[in-house]
Design a protein around this ligand. Structure first.
Ligand code: F3S
Length: 394
């Protein structure tokens, strides 16, 4: 591959992988069975990223394993309704067309595990979206590093990745024990927990693998929210929860212990709440992308109601199709809320369009401020919907 016998794109891909392997001291390359590529939004890629992709496709690059994409900068079918410019839409469509030419499945989602890209325990994969990597490593027990866009594409075009980091058992050992002494329920609480633990791991400069005790139960939705938050605030790609995640039983809890209380969670929640309810002019649920259960709940809450503020519901297209079949989409859209499929409130080009975002996602709060300068209201799922129903003046 390095000699170019399999084409220019494969040579470039192998150069990327061997360079990474050298930097991280990998002794060999290992096969991967699943890839998820980030850096799909034209807002992040720009012209340089677009021409890199063009070059890889023109050089004969073809996906060798199941490969899906992270959210793009727009809803591919419904971009006009979301206020996306035709110039941006044209560039974004080109990005997706190039990926399709390379045999990549153009399902654009940060929850690929809900849309047909679901690895099993112990499987080596090369995923790039930080929340999905954290979810796959921890909740499923698959093995992935946090890939960048180019290294994930390189893994797809070769079917290989260098064996270092979380592919090796010794790096999956926990470094810190976290005892949770708090009532945990809902995506917001789990997001706050991810923020608290993530910031402690960063401050302690520890290898960011927490062993968490005291969590009695956690739903898929709570775990995806926790994964997104822990990855955002702690740079973590793996955690273990006693009695819940599959590898936790393999390890003894580390001696160094940290306690997280109800007060810690409330304080974390408070720091992400700097927008007054009447200031909120943008509402978004679906970071990470909504599951079908969450959409069903939304339909229940919005039935016969009318939303008073711009409200985006972000999810994967396959999940939206299920929602269509179940009649949830019709109920939701009749309320005035909009589906923003294939995209999200962070990767869409919306800087300057809004002042303050309300969401149940700690990760979305972080980027709403860091990328777009929005104030944020960080509220439980049902309360976010309730706020959407209130006129701004009242
Ligand atoms: Fe997904 Fe966008 Fe959030 S990619 S995790 S919805 S920032």
């Amino acid at each position: 591959m390095l000699d170019g016998e399999q084409g220019r794109a494969v040579r470039k891909a192998m150069e990327i992988l061997t360079t990474l392997g050298t930097i991280y001291g990998a002794e060999r390359l290992i096969p991967v069975s699943s890839v998820q590529i980030a850096g799909v939004s034209y807002d992040n890629l720009g012209e340089a990223g677009l021409s890199f992709l063009e070059e890889m496709a023109a050089g004969g690059g073809r996906a060798r394993v199941l490969t899906t994409l992270n959210p793009a900068g727009m809803d591919v079918e419904n971009w006009q309704a979301l206020g996306i410019s035709p110039e941006f839409a044209e560039k974004q469509a080109r990005v997706l067309e190039i990926f399709a030419r390379m045999g990549v499945i153009v399902t654009c989602t940060c929850t690929p595990y809900l849309s047909g890209n679901l690895p099993h325990f112990g499987e080596h994969i090369a995923w790039a979206e930080s929340s999905a990597v954290c979810y796959a490593n921890s909740t499923i027990g698959a093995r992935s590093n946090r890939e960048g866009g180019p290294s994930a594409l390189a893994a797809s075009l070769t079917g290989l990745t260098p064996a270092y980091g979380y592919h090796l058992g010794e790096n999956r050992l926990p470094s810190l024990c976290v005892e949770v002494d708090a009532h945990l329920e809902g995506t917001t609480r789990f997001g706050a927990l991810g923020k608290v633990i993530g910031e402690k791991l960063q401050a302690a400069q520890l290898r960011p693998v927490a062993f968490i005790t005291g969590v009695e139960r956690a739903s898929l939705e709570e775990l995806k929210s926790f994964s997104a938050s822990l990855a955002t605030y702690g740079g973590a790609a793996l955690f273990h929860i006693q009695g819940i995640t599959p590898e936790a039983g393999l390890y003894t809890p580390p001696k160094q212990t940290l306690r997280v209380t109800q007060a810690d969670l409330e304080a974390a929640q408070q720091t992400l709440n700097d927008a007054a309810p009447e200031e909120v002019d943008f509402i978004s649920l679906g970071c990470p992308h909504l599951s079908i259960q969450e959409i069903a709940r939304l339909a229940q809450l919005l039935e016969g109601q009318h939303v008073e503020r711009e409200f985006w519901i972000t999810t994967a297209r396959p999940t939206k199709l299920i929602a269509d079949h179940m009649g949830y989409s019709g109920i939701i859209e009749s309320s005035g809320a909009r589906f923003a499929v294939d995209t999200c409130c962070v990767v869409a080009p919306i800087k300057g369009r809004f002042e303050a975002l309300a969401t149940d996602s700690a990760k979305a709060c972080y980027y709403a401020y860091a990328k777009n300068g929005f104030k944020t209201a960080f509220l439980p799922f049902d309360q976010v919907v309730h706020l959407a129903l209130q006129p701004r003046s009242g």
